[in-house]
Design a protein. Sequence first.
Length: 373
Amino acid sequence: MDKDNKNTSATKKSILSKVIIGLAGTIALAIIIFVCYVLHLLSLPRRDLDGNTVPSFDPVETTTEEEDTSGLEDLPVVTAPSTNPGETIEQTTVTHRDEKGVYNIILLGADKVSGYLTDSMIVVTINQNDNSIKMTSFMRDMWVSIPGKSPNRLNTVYQKGGRDLLFQVYREHFGIELHGYVLVDYSSLADVVDALGGVEIYVSKRIADFLNTSNYIPKEYCTLIPGATQTLNGAQVVGYCRQRQLGNGVEANDFARTQRQREVLNAIYEKFRNKSLVELLGVMEKVLPLVLTDMSSAEMIDIATKAITAGLGDIEQMRIPINGTYADYTYKENVDDIGKRVMKIDFEANAKALHDFLFGSDEVSEEPTAAGN
């Protein structure tokens, strides 16, 4: 009897061992397949803003969109010396701050029609030190000094010199390091939103009525419901992000537009985090070829891991410039120039506010860098 019991026990252990080995092998195989699939997604060919498949994108200076000059007569005029146009920016110093465990990725929205101006610039900050994710939008009309170029608006920097020049300008004017960028044109943004199945956004009656009667949302099926939270498709989101004729009742025009852009990014983030892993993989296969980035596959996986580690809570938001630190001007190359709207910024005050938002109010390291003011 004892011998039979021992044989039965040995048989059970043998079966259990085989089951465990089989499960371990299945799990290992699933992990290998998952990793290979993710690497496949990250290696999918990307395209430039003309639709050409390219490994990277570094734009050259092109003709920009026609300037909107309405309302310029109401702004103070800054006239550049005719012998040296554009040299009107006084130099100051901005404290530089960069901390271990804090990663800044800039999201750029561009449009081929405008000559690849980055009219949407939002820095997403993953802070592993306090387990937070923060989002800071930068106004496109801020007047900045551009190394090797004449001063111009912030949204022209990427167009004029690509990634490296953009990173340098942010370092010198705002005192932060950018660790990577992701660029999407507005037509691709529509595809990204549609791949997610749309996003939930509250649209006021005033904004909906305007968009429904303008060319920002040209298709009949894109009609918005006034004063309601609704699922916006890609075309609706693009129109919602781009219009700057109307404010939101609190902020006006371009300020309200940057707020709407942050709302859309937050809605996209919410949609991503509420999807299952299988659903996310399907979305990634559609989305990744639509974006351009300087990050390698390994870097993208690393950043995604850091974001997950930092937590999936609410995203804190900020806008640069902060209130009380800027003035609107009409900039003219000479007395005969029609002029363009620009924002003269107190970069020192904005850099300090940005650092407090991203890192906390206690200064960790100081390294002065030049900036235009």
